[in-house]
Design a protein around this ligand. Structure first.
Ligand code: XMP
Length: 328
């Protein structure tokens, strides 16, 4: 793809000239497509002046930290440091139920982790980090701050994306966003050009604020635990059925109301889990993925039988619009 090859070379040159010879950059790797491709691209331009960090914010999926660190080590030859900041994130989120508030707190916590990482580089290694690499894509830019008269249909911010807008004002680091003009399918192609393994490129998108936007209301340890298990069962069943690559994104959502059920010979008062799976071209609009009924019934059975605290499962049939992909 000539257009992408040109863009790649152009971005590498731009980064080389923007970042001075004694300056360093930090990149938060999430294990997803965007940050992995962004880091690989910047690494081509800066080499060992790029320092990657994987932040465990306590809002990750089942065994995500172990799995991602292992894959980074095995398949991607980028140096990555793992920072466990879960206690900080979860304590700041305690008692918070407003969706925008949750996103803002998480964004601020990420910044504080990046700032601390920059201080560590400076104090321990004498390296001055001046840039932060973000895997921001074009749809993120449009949905967070639509250009006036862009005709993209949004008159104001839909929700504050953790990786767009607001950040530079409070943060000492300047942003490097080499994928800012691309859509997801282009990022996947660019990743292929850069030699990023398929296992990364095929992963479903996962939002920066993690499970916090899939646990409605307050984020608690017990809700995280339930959601992780339900989500793992759903996504594994999709993989086993060979459907993963047909779907843009599939996940579970936990809502903070209880319904009555009967499990074994006991009446229960427990939480429902919502399953959501969609197809999409770019995340800006989406259609419901239609499973066979039997598939959804089997997953429902597995979830209710194994996840303590869940006694009901529902499937979300809403497209985007009117709904967004995530529930918050
Ligand atoms: P929505 O819910 O806005 O989601 O329809 C569109 C796509 O964006 C992902 N998403 C995010 N990704 N930071 C991210 O990196 C975020 O704050 C964020 N919020 C939503 C969502 O998973 C979907 O793929």
């Amino acid at each position: 793809d000539w257009k992408l090859q040109d863009l790649l070379e152009e971005q590498i040159e731009l980064i080389k000239s923007a970042v001075g010879p004694n300056e360093h950059a930090i990149c938060a790797l999430s294990g997803g497509v965007d940050s992995t491709v962004a880091a690989t691209l910047v690494h081509k331009a800066l080499g060992d002046r790029l320092h990657c960090v994987f932040v465990d914010n306590g809002l990750l999926r089942y065994k995500e930290q172990e799995r991602v660190m292992e894959t980074f080590k095995r398949e991607l030859h980028l140096p990555v440091v793992c920072v466990d900041a879960s206690t900080d994130f979860l304590s700041r989120l305690r008692g918070v139920t407003d969706p925008e508030q949750k996103r803002k707190i998480i964004g601020a916590q990420f910044i504080s982790v990046f700032d601390k990482f920059a201080c560590h580089l400076e104090e321990e290694l004498g390296k001055t980090a001046t840039f932060l690499v973000q895997g921001t894509l074009y749809p993120d830019v449009i949905e967070s701050c639509p250009p006036p008269g862009s005709g993209k249909g949004h008159s104001h911010t839909i929700k504050s994306h953790h990786n767009v807008g607001g950040l530079p004002a409070v943060m000492k680091l300047k942003l490097l966003e080499p994928l800012k003009w691309l859509f997801k399918d282009e990022v996947r192609k660019l990743g292929k050009l850069l030699g990023v393994p398929e296992s990364f490129l095929k992963r479903h998108p996962f939002p920066g604020p993690g499970l916090a936007v899939r646990i409605l209301g307050e984020v608690t340890e017990s809700h995280l635990e339930m959601l992780r298990q339900a989500d793992e069962i759903f996504v594994n069943s999709i993989k086993e059925a060979g459907l993963y690559d047909e779907i843009w994104q599939a996940f579970a959502v936990l809502i903070p109301v209880k319904t009555v059920g009967v499990q074994g010979d006991r009446r229960t008062h427990a939480y429902p889990v919502i399953l959501r799976a969609i197809t999409s071209e770019d995340g800006m609009t989406a259609d419901t993925y239609e499973f066979k009924n039997k598939f959804v019934k089997d997953v429902t059975g597995k979830i209710c039988n194994t996840v303590r605290g869940v006694n009901r499962v529902a499937y979300d049939f809403t497209s985007k619009p009117p709904a967004t992909v995530e529930w918050e």
